[in-house]
Design a protein. Structure first.
Ligand code: C2E
Ligand code: CA
Ligand code: CA
Ligand code: CA
Length: 276
């Protein structure tokens, strides 16, 4: 029995080793990716639904892996978050947004609000506020041209701490939005205390607006609730005219999605900006 027990233990441990070494390998790959400049940001436009005006953009991370091609953030953000590699990556993202923003201003383009996705770990880092002020200062950018997107689940994780962090961030003048709204569990009581500018309705609800009455009802309810709370509401993942007219009919303020524009590499997005 003893022998068997050990055997099993060994088997279990070697499984763990495999997993652990895979993680370490991936962590190293990500670390090198930052150092070798293998990351890039793609920018997706956001529009006011009524005027049709471009009002901002979201920066979306891509990993251009040598020999492999573009890797979606869905494939490496979770591990980056677990291993802590999200910290240098997130810092790179903020720095890159500011670098790009400054470059576009220098070209004479109108200032545009750019939204960065914040991971839960970044959000709970005590240096966040300081890092953001520092990078804005360094590139001489107005805080209102930066927006931080925090997922609903990250915001609701440690809600009292979130409140403090958000209020501190708000002091710096940056915009804040709650991302993937509707997928987590929000306490309305807290939601109304968050000093946020907008709610982003998760794209999964938008996708099924036409087919699923429940989703349509939910989207309509989120929009009217947001209006009552004096929050802007943006719908993401808008792909069809039907979705767009539903959103317009229900008073949604802003939209983002393939129907209006796909995420573009910085250079192409800059050319696009020069035309609008
Ligand atoms: P998200 O923040 O919810 O971003 C929206 C995702 O929907 C993006 O996927 C975007 O490319 C995609 N999308 C935009 N319009 C449409 C549409 O009309 N239809 C459909 N089907 N999809 C649309 P992406 O770029 O693959 O990013 C996936 C997720 O990775 C993001 O979801 C976000 O959670 C995370 N992410 C992206 N960039 C960063 C980053 O810099 N930092 C962190 N921490 N997370 C990031
Ligand atoms: Ca987002
Ligand atoms: Ca989202
Ligand atoms: Ca999402």
């Amino acid at each position: 029995a003893k022998h068997n027990g050990r055997k099993q233990l060994n088997f279990f441990q070697s499984g763990m080793d495999g997993y652990a070494s895979q993680r370490i390998e991936m962590e190293n790959l990500l670390r090198n990716a930052v150092e070798n400049g293998e990351f890039e940001l793609h920018y997706q436009p956001q529009f006011d639904l009524h005027s049709g005006q471009l009002i901002g953009s979201e920066a979306l991370l891509r990993w251009r892996r040598p020999g492999i091609g573009l890797v979606s953030p869905l494939q490496f953000i979770p591990l980056a978050e677990e291993t802590g590699m999200i910290m240098p990556i997130g810092e790179w993202v903020l720095n890159e947004i500011c670098t790009q923003s400054r470059a576009w201003l220098k070209k004479g383009l109108k200032p545009l609000r750019i939204a960065a996705n914040l991971s839960a770990r970044q959000f709970s880092c005590t240096n966040l506020n300081h890092n953001i002020s520092t990078v804005l200062n360094e590139f001489n950018l107005e805080p209102e041209h930066l927006e931080l997107e925090l997922t609903e689940s990250a915001a609701m994780q440690h809600v009292e701490t979130s409140l403090k962090t958000m209020h501190a961030l708000k002091q710096t003048g940056v915009n804040m939005s709650i991302d993937d709204f509707g997928t987590g569990y929000s306490s309305l009581n807290y939601l109304k205390q968050f000093p946020i500018d907008r709610l982003k309705i998760d794209q999964s609800f938008i996708a099924d607006i036409d087919r699923t009455p429940n989703d349509a009802a939910l989207v309509a309810a989120i929009i009217s609730m947001a209006r009552c709370m004096d929050l802007k509401v943006i719908a993401e993942g808008v792909e069809t005219d039907e979705q767009l007219s539903f959103l317009r009919m229900h008073g949604c303020n802003e939209v983002q999605g393939y129907l209006m524009g796909r995420p573009l590499p910085a250079e192409q997005f800059g050319e696009y900006l020069a035309q609008v």
